[in-house]
Design a protein around this ligand. Structure first.
Ligand code: BG6
Length: 315
């Protein structure tokens, strides 16, 4: 039976504005996350997950049948209001990377540093929990003053399915970029390969955005890598022999895939990233960025979905 939300702890009063869902299943709890940043904890028969209200940020996900966490989180991440969380799945929206006209505007847009509201939670018979978080408004940033509603639907189960739906509530068209900037926990980036992008050209950020390829081969990593793969429609498969597992990143409504690992120098330069942590992470990001921006007419909406699955090879 779903349970009503009960705000019986005074510290939780502040959180009431973040939750408009009228009931939560017993597998879902609102808690104080790291550094007291409010969080949603999911622990069902199917999987467990941690989701911060700030950024509707999936910080952890682990299916019940999988032995180790799937998403990577930096030990040096900030957990602080207004600062991006380094790991899990940041939402980049409504621009990707630095803002083109204002380098002082938040990198990757404002969505990852705003509080989202939990508007609905459901659990099915198999313990798959679906949570809808909303960010809506007008004029949330001078760089992107449009009226919009964004819903991030997170389905926590043996599969992690995340759908970012954006609706134009204003009177004129708007254009945006978006990405589900997924950090994966891997044994060693120097030993993994990513297939599914062999037939796609990419823009190489390491070479000033120059267009390269297609390479015809799986991606392997020998140095700092920062690429926007274009017209990517297929799933990406991360083969991780060190952890003896395979992660599949499927998608819908997305034309770009960003692949990123900072390697040595950039890791040293980022204050919220451990100096040696770069070996154990890899970002494969589902997006619509760069030449693949989206434009929405008034009243129209667009949905983009990332579908993450994990298979352990020695079980
Ligand atoms: C990647 C970008 O998606 O995110 C990189 O392609 C960037 O260029 C990285 O460095 C991390 O960005 P941030 O803003 O979270 O430090």
């Amino acid at each position: 039976m779903p349970r009503r939300v009960l705000w019986n702890d005074p510290r939780m009063n502040d959180l009431a504005r973040l939750v408009t869902a009228t009931s939560l299943p017993p597998s879902v709890r609102i808690s104080e996350g790291r550094s007291a940043l409010p969080r949603i904890d999911v622990s069902s028969a199917a999987a467990r997950a941690e989701i911060y209200f700030q950024g509707a940020h999936v910080a952890a996900w682990q299916p019940a049948a999988i032995r180790e966490p799937v998403l990577w989180m930096s030990e040096r991440s900030h957990f602080e209001a207004g600062k991006p969380i380094r790991g899990g799945v940041p939402i980049c929206f409504p621009w990707f990377g630095a803002h083109p006209a204002n380098p002082a505007a938040p990198a990757h847009g404002f969505a990852r540093v705003r509080d989202w509201r939990l508007i609905d939670v459901r659990e099915d018979r198999d313990g798959v929990v679906a949570l809808d978080l909303e960010l809506a408004g007008e004029g949330l940033s001078p760089e992107w003053p449009h009226r919009f509603t964004a819903i991030h639907r997170i389905e926590v189960g043996p599969t992690l399915r995340m759908t970012l739906e954006v609706r134009n509530d204003g009177d004129g068209a708007f254009t945006f970029e978006e990405a589900l900037h997924t950090y994966f926990d891997i044994a060693d980036v120097r030993g993994v390969s990513v297939s599914g992008l062999e037939g796609c050209a990419y823009l190489d950020t390491m070479a000033g955005g120059q267009r390269v390829g297609p390479s015809g081969a799986p991606v392997r990593f020998t140095g700092e890598t920062d690429r926007v793969y274009l017209e990517t429609r297929d799933a990406c498969v991360i083969d991780d022999p060190g952890k003896q597992r395979v992660i599949t990143v499927g998608k819908r409504g997305s034309d770009a895939t960003v692949v990123w690992n900072p390697w040595v120098a950039k890791a040293l330069a980022m204050p919220d990233f451990g100096d040696h942590e770069w070996t154990g992470m890899l970002c494969v990001e589902t997006g619509n960025v760069n030449v693949h921006t989206r434009t929405l007419q008034p009243g129209k909406s667009h949905a983009m979905t990332a579908i993450i699955e994990v298979r352990e090879l020695n079980r």
